[in-house]
Design a protein around this ligand. Sequence first.
Ligand SMILES: Nc1ncnc2c1ncn2[C@@H]1O[C@H](COP(=O)(O)OP(=O)(O)OP(=O)(O)O)[C@@H](O)[C@H]1O
Length: 695
Amino acid sequence: MGDEDWEAEIVKPHMSSYVPVFEKDRYSSGANGDTFNRTPASSSEMDDGPTRRDPFMRSGFPSGRSLGTRDAGESNKREATSTMGGFGVGKGFGNRGFSNSKFEEGDSSGFWRESNNDCEDNQTRSRGFSKRGGNEYEQDEGTQRSGGLFGSRRPALSDTGNGDTYPSRGGGASGRGGYKGLNEEVVTGSGKNSWKSEAEGGESGDTQGPKVTYIPPPPPEDEDSIFAHYQTGINFDKYDTILVEVSGHDAPPAILTFEEANLCQTLNKNIAKAGYTKLTPVQKYSIPIILAGRDLMACAQTGSGKTAAFLLPILAHMMQDGITASRFKELQEPECIIVAPTRELINQIYLEARKFSFGTCVRAVVIYGGTQLGHSIRQIVQGCNILCATPGRLMDIISKEKIGLRQVKYLVLDEADRMLDMGFGPEMKKLISCPGMPTKEQRQTLMFSATFPEEIQRLAGEFLKSNYLFVAVGQVGGACRDVQQSVLQVGQYSKREKLVEILRNIGDERTMVFVETKKKADFIATFLCQEKISTTSIHGDREQREREQALGDFRCGKCPVLVATSVAARGLDIENVQHVINFDLPSTIDEYVHRIGRTGRCGNTGRAISFFDPESDSHLAQPLVKVLSDAQQDVPAWLEEIAFSTYVPGFSGSTRGNVFASVDTRKNFQSKNTLNTGGFSSSQAPNPVDDESWD
Ligand SMILES: Nc1ncnc2c1ncn2[C@@H]1O[C@H](COP(=O)(O)OP(=O)(O)OP(=O)(O)O)[C@@H](O)[C@H]1O
């Protein structure tokens, strides 16, 4: 379960059966601008909380208190988003089986199929659930409004009219549950609420809904800031011992040094200024592959330099091709499009692109939801060679004809498994089917992630040329070994106490605390503030300004604790995050791998502590044991016991077989070209039955 939604917990078969009860009025947010950095005013406010049946809320939630500074206009929106009375229905959940959802150019089956159960109205139609616990991402963008209609393996959650509905954030007049991307605007004037996307005019002067007015501050322009970086850690050199396998035909040999890449002088200077002296394994293999013009699917552990692995060769090509300097034009035609699932991540990628293209005529631009559309357009029209975008905003901009696709030579999907799953898959499919977009034969398509489930690889094949190469660095889908993992058995009712105990021991070291829902993120952050632990939070219900502020406060150490939902699980590269705490475990092991990968980056060490509640997490026991043992971590005896006593359909329980889906799925069908010995053997080919059990 990725999101946010308490009702999802109710239907999750392996979750405890308690049903938290929220009272609608108690959740309407005030606009008083309280921030996490102050202790909530009085205990009487805390008493005004939800009922006692919610273990997390027993001490009360500061009702009516907003958790970040915002103005009155924003509070209206928040008010709408917070009136979550009742539980249970109204959302279209994703069908987790992909076998029938194959992408085919021009084929409208699969992702596009609508399920009667799941899309009875506009609101339910506006979303599709990720099967990988990443619903936060979907919320991050308005991507679901136009697709993502899937049948569900779960009990039907769409509105059944039984009154047990989940009012959407706009307080859907129909009482139906809905789901709204943040750049979909709530239209309330007509008596019938509906979601309004930016593409549909929500931001472009339509007076019906509140406008998104946020303009992110420009990043610092001085060279020192552009090239600011943190040090590689003591284990950076250990990367050399990681086994790498490349599969596919005629792979170019790996390079061992930056010099071998033969990059132009400016790029080399930028690499040096960024503090890079040595290639990471994924860079050694990916750079020559991309330079050779090949399509690539690369899977390498978190924090091991995948961003530079695609940016550097793309920039090198652009420089070689003698790209013409970008200039003002109403319609820009970028040579490269990079997409990523969250706003913060795409912004980070943009900053990397800006760093490496420093001093060249290549202009990178970033656009993402939750910001003023006009601002995005203004950035683009000034010139755009590399467009970094979240999917919803990208499609909006394309529909506004500010971006033409004819010149696209490079299409990069970062966190590609996330970009292709049910949350974003439809949008990506749309993107490659857009008029003008070069076919896969004419463009170079690159996909990167730390996890790559088999069914997603199959979909990815539709985006890539058939002779694409697959690079697997280390135990694919495995956790970074520089993260010391521990799992504690903690029941729901003891989690808060345990969290405070751990955080007090940790002191001021930067810590990310992951929880499962947005509400809980707010609650836990407020609770920690009450405990005088300086905390901020990031999740999909916060305004973009608040999200960026939170991240900024966390980065600079003002708030050493960041409570986050899955929206922060992937890609974020924050210096000095020494601890990750899974207050709630995610629903999938892939998500776990990404979350704990926020620490232990680039050869630095980190710690991850996970609270395992046997009531709700037993489905994760087996894959967790596998991840822990593969990363040579201690596996608690109690966890092993649960793992082997828990029946998970299709999961063999063996730690020898490959439970990671992320080997090249073509392996059984074609010869492989292993550039480094000790890679995966064919006996480790994925077992599709096993894979199913991962969700
Ligand atoms: N060759 C290198 N030398 C030194 N630092 C590097 C090198 N390559 C990357 N880095 C740094 O390592 C950090 C992690 O890189 P990056 O964010 O690209 O990892 P990633 O593999 O994409 O992680 P994730 O899977 O979490 O998205 C960044 O701060 C980046 O600047």
